[in-house]
Design a protein around this ligand. Structure first.
Ligand code: FAD
Length: 502
């Protein structure tokens, strides 16, 4: 069964696929987005699991790059981001509090005024730390907006031009901050926070953001980079727009349609049709074939290249590199519908009492075990409570996820109840999402939220694969446009791929 022909087919209606589709449709291209789920959004989605039980099911809140919001004429609530605005210090805003939970109920909000309660010195250092992090996030954001040249290849002038522009732009960031940024990337989060603060509570709370959604501990090299990445992604420590992740992708889907693009849900791509090393279209799971001049995939690189294309159509060395991409998901989500009497304040709350506590939580993942004393990040939206649980490794040593899901759910609720005793009795309904669910339901290989771990050997010109960092693949007319190229909820990957197509 063959249907009509398109200029571009985009696999996946996550935020990146939708950003790419909207830009291309705006250019007048005939565009079709194919999404295997019955709803759009990918991991940036607000879903209902029962009456009055609606949550950001996987990624909490989020923000797009301001230039994308402007270009696509989108409108949804967003926090003014420090990134993309030349390093202005907006993260000092207290609009979205970031709170470290304490067993005695004396919870600490991370702002200068509250930090003064436990350390005058840390309170004095706080504005400088925030200023540096905003600047570092701006530098990283600028790098993500650059299409990376394929460095191990012969650098051609056209590919190198973006890097030249990036260099010039970054010179303006200031020599001292630039050097400190480069120095911070390979550092451990522990080392980075110790350069600023003395209080264990403050240090651990900040370090928790560094390990959020990575399978790393705060003593792992490179968590300086992940701290900056997540700061950039959130525009500070706390999540903006909690409960509104779906508004981002719904607005993007509306934009695609308004510009004349088509979106089909319940449309799983089974194969990318390749003839003589050139992508010709796709074959859907229902047997339908759709042809196109260009195929973009926002599914993760492993899924796209090894499953949808297949090793037989790719060079052996490229296949080896693709197989070697480190995925390693270790996040589970536990959503609770309550009667509202849970007693949990609004904001982004963390259980991260010390750096050692976080490191020990990560230790479990190294051995394929679920952390008995997990790092939790908690957000509330109306009567629902969402718990982000680490570490719950995709590859469990001694149990299967079919049975381990209930263990994570219990651990999450019991741990949080130690801080909020009314939580247990307020629960009406619950929904847990394990790393296996992230793979089977949300299409993330090994439950990896970033389509490949954010690590220094897998970033910028080494992402997704050294030598193939500019969205291209060995298959002509097949491009990658998801978080496997640039992570986070910024839309950078979807935006950049359109520039490559020009
Ligand atoms: C719990 C959680 C916490 C996170 N926290 C952070 C954070 O703090 N910082 C950060 O930077 N990032 C974080 N992320 C990661 C970030 O949300 C993702 O990297 C990003 O949203 C991925 O967007 P995407 O559009 O590239 O891909 P996705 O949202 O994964 O979209 C890809 C789409 O492709 C579809 N698809 C896959 N295969 C097929 C197929 N064969 N046919 C048709 N459709 C297909 C999928 O169903 C999906 O809709 C988090 C993610 C999660 C889940």
């Amino acid at each position: 069964m063959t249907s009509k022909h398109y200029d571009t087919i985009i696999i996946g209606a996550g935020h990146n696929g939708l950003v790419a589709a909207a830009y291309l449709a705006k250019q007048g291209k005939k565009v079709l987005v194919l999404e295997r789920r019955s709803i759009v959004g990918g991991t940036v989605v607000t879903e209902s699991f029962g009456e009055s039980f609606t949550v950001d099911s996987v990624q909490t809140g989020g923000m797009l790059r301001p230039d994308i919001i402007k270009d696509l004429k989108l409108s949804f609530p967003t926090r003014a981001s420090s990134t993309g605005q030349k390093g202005t210090v907006l993260s000092l805003s207290t609009e979205f509090p970031f709170i470290s939970l304490q067993p005695d109920g004396n919870h600490l909000t991370l702002d200068a005024e509250s930090i003064k309660r436990i350390s005058e010195k840390d309170a004095e250092r706080w504005p400088e730390f925030v200023r540096f992090m905003d600047k570092a996030a701006y530098i990283l954001d600028t790098a993500y907006a650059t299409i990376m040249p394929r460095l191990p290849k012969n650098l051609n002038i056209r590919e190198g031009y973006g890097l030249l522009e990036l260099g010039l732009e970054l010179r303006l960031a200031g020599r001292k901050d630039m050097l400190n940024f480069i120095r911070a990337l390979p550092m451990t989060a522990q080392e980075l926070v110790e350069e600023y603060f003395e209080s264990e509570i403050v240090k651990a709370a900040i370090a928790s953001v560094a390990i959020h959604d990575s399978t790393l501990g705060p003593m792992s090299a490179g968590t300086g980079y992940t701290l900056i990445h997540n700061w950039m992604n959130r525009g500070g420590l706390s999540h903006p727009n909690v409960g509104k992740a779906g508004e981002i992708t719904n607005a993007l889907a509306d934009a695609v349609k308004a510009f004349g693009g088509e979106i089909r849900t319940d449309a799983e791509v089974k194969n990318i049709k390749v003839e003589g090393q050139v992508a010709k279209g796709v074959l859907l799971a229902n047997g339908e074939e759709i042809s196109a001049n260009i195929v973009l995939s926002s599914a993760d690189p492993k899924h796209t290249l090894l499953k949808l294309v297949g090793a037989q159509d790719l060079p052996p060395e490229f296949v080896w590199h693709t197989q070697s991409i480190k995925m390693r998901g270790s996040v589970a989500k536990v959503h609770l519908q309550t009667n509202g009497n849970h007693g949990i304040p609004e904001g982004t709350l963390v259980i991260a009492p010390s750096i050692k506590y976080l490191e020990r939580a990560y230790d479990a993942a190294k051995y394929g075990e679920i952390s008995e004393k997990p790092y939790l990040e908690v957000t509330t939206s109306e009567n629902t409570v969402s718990i982000h649980f680490q570490f719950a490794p995709y590859a469990l040593k001694n149990e299967s996820w079919q049975v381990a899901g209930s263990k994570v759910e219990k651990l999450a609720i019991d741990t949080l109840s130690e801080y909020f005793p009314n939580l247990q009795s307020s629960i009406i309904n619950r929904k847990s999402i394990t790393p296996l669910d992230l793979e089977t339901t949300y299409g993330l290989t090994e439950g990896d939220l970033n389509h490949g771990q954010l690590m220094l050997d897998q970033f910028l010109f080494m992402r997704p694969i050294p030598g193939w960092s500019n969205h291209k693949t060995p298959i002509d007319n097949l491009y990658l446009c998801g978080s496997g190229v640039h992570g986070g909820v910024s839309g950078a990957s979807g935006r950049n791929v359109v520039k490559v197509l020009k």
